[in-house]
Write a protein that binds this ligand. Structure first.
Ligand code: ADP
Length: 483
């Protein structure tokens, strides 16, 4: 556990004493003698971290009243570390690994002590205060933290910690709070507290994470496009609605991603959807929505917005954002009058779609992301301000982008030692000019098929394959590129 991050080869032994300060209710800050502090502080940072037992990480602060060789833990800390006052414990410096900053921290609100019991907490305000108070402090899952806010003393349990770029499924045990940590509050039933504003906290978090590491999300070479989308489509969602209404601006409700096929439009749109409301967005496909039955296409379009409509009707301003991704939108939104079917079906579908995002009946809780390989075919009316107004071109990747995409798609085989040492990804990136992301993925798949094929014995296909000897080589990639 924490032990693997130790850097000091010989942890010191210290004697546990009680906290000197009555106000020290914090569960992740301990005190030690100022002269001992330098043994534990991390050079180049303001941090002083100590590990007690095998799994407890604390920030250390100097205190005049503590004698050398002593560490002051409060009752909660002692219970966590399963030690008592007078015990000798081994304490070592904890060096935070790279990317230790918490991207997400889920706190369960247990109860409120002292003061008047507040029934409602504002997630945005409370998260801001918590970040300020606990900046650069380590939080460990299961840890209990008490925190005074507006005269009330809240107790939280850390339920989940996620470090940026890591899968939530193998979330780490701990991380360090930074300016960008997004905090989610879950009120326990017994607390009787209602959390409001969680959603706005989510969108402000998105803004802070502008520098999102797209590669860790499996998207290569598109960070400039992503930054552009952020600025143009999300800035208005960052601020609470009372601020945007004072500024007199409306949220962007529609966006168009256009460019050649296989360049990552769907990847990006999905990611946007996930970031905006934490869920997998709804994806529909233009040709699928088009129905050969009269009137059915209109119904399909209506159905698409039904959830958002229902939500807005029942919950008003509180309703969640519904992200709808419309792939091959050109199939149903061709320029009006351009289709020769003579039925006028296309015209009425375009009209119908427009009324949902821009019209008297328009919905405030939708973001429609249209995607197309043929922007030129689209009805001009769809692209006006207030409609699919943010248009971002997703073009073929340049050499750096191609390298990133090669890295993303070979990452797993590299981790599992299936990639031969002679594979030169920068050279492959240089040789794959005009390849799309999807085509690069195809090259990797094909290279793997060459490598697997080598292992198969044609005489006996049932013979077990020697996993260890599978290696995808540079030649496999070069053959794949020639296909
Ligand atoms: P589009 O929507 O532009 O037609 P997709 O996003 O559906 O393209 O891409 C298809 C597949 O190709 C993706 O699932 C992914 O595996 C790969 N791919 C495409 N672009 C990229 C990229 N920029 N980075 C990593 N993989 C990519």
């Amino acid at each position: 556990m924490a032990g693997r991050f130790f850097q000091s080869s010989s942890p010191s032994t210290m004697i546990v004493t009680n906290t000197p300060a009555a106000d020290l209710a914090l569960t992740n800050l301990a005190y030690c003698c100022p002269s001992d502090l330098r043994n534990f502080s991390v050079p180049g940072t303001k941090l002083a971290l100590a590990s007690v037992g095998d799994c407890f990480v604390l920030s250390l602060s100097p205190h005049e009243s503590i004698r050398p060789g002593h560490i002051a833990l409060n009752a909660i800390q002692r219970r966590h570390a399963r030690v008592s006052t007078g015990d000798s414990i081994s304490v070592g410096r904890f060096v935070p690994p790279d990317d230790f900053d918490l991207a997400l921290l889920t706190l369960e609100l247990e109860f409120v002590k002292k003061g008047t019991k507040s029934e409602q907490i504002d997630a945005v305000l409370l998260a801001n205060q918590l970040r300020k108070k606990f900046i650069n402090q380590v939080m460990t899952v299961g840890q209990r933290v008490s925190f005074e806010y507006h005269g009330n003393n809240y107790i939280f349990t850390v339920n989940q910690a996620a470090v940026e770029g890591q899968e939530r499924s193998n979330a780490p045990e701990r991380g360090m709070i930074s300016d960008d940590t997004y905090i989610v509050f879950e009120a326990s039933n017994a607390s009787g507290i209602k959390v409001v504003n969680q959603r706005e906290a989510a969108s402000s978090n998105i803004f802070r994470q502008k520098e999102f590491n797209l590669e860790s999300l499996g998207i290569g070479g598109l960070s400039a496009e992503f930054a552009d989308i952020f600025r143009r489509a999300f800035a208005s969602r960052v601020f609470p609605s009372h601020v945007t209404s004072k500024l007199g601006i409306k949220h962007v409700k529609g966006m168009l991603l256009y460019g050649p096929p296989g360049t990552g439009k769907t990847l990006i749109a999905r990611q946007i959807g996930k970031m905006l409301n934490g869920k997998d967005p709804k994806i529909v496909n233009g040709p699928e929505v088009l129905s050969k039955f009269v009137g059915e296409t209109e119904k399909n379009v209506r159905d698409l917005f039904a959830d958002a409509e229902q939500d807005q009707r029942t919950r008003g301003d509180e309703s969640d954002l519904h992200v709808i991704i419309f792939d091959e939108i050109d199939a149903i939104c061709k320029a009006r009058g351009s289709t020769r079917d003579g039925t006028g079906v296309h015209d009425s579908i375009v009209n119908q779609l427009l009324t949902k995002i821009d019209g008297v009946e328009s919905l405030n809780n939708v973001l429609l992301i249209g995607m197309t390989n043929r922007k030129d075919l689209l009805d001009e009316a769809l692209l006006r301000p207030g409609r699919l107004e943010v248009q971002v071109e997703i073009s073929l990747p340049d050499e750096i982008g191609r390298l990133q995409i090669f890295q993303i798609h070979t990452n797993k085989m590299k981790e599992n030692s299936f990639l031969a040492p002679d594979v030169n990804l920068p050279e492959l990136a240089a040789r794959s000019k005009n390849y799309s992301g999807a085509e690069i993925e195809g090259v990797v798949k094909s290279a793997v098929s060459y490598a697997l094929n080598r292992q198969l014995s044609l005489d006996d296909l049932t013979k077990p394959v020697d996993e260890e000897s599978i290696k995808v080589t540079m030649d496999d990639f070069l053959n794949a590129l020639q296909e």
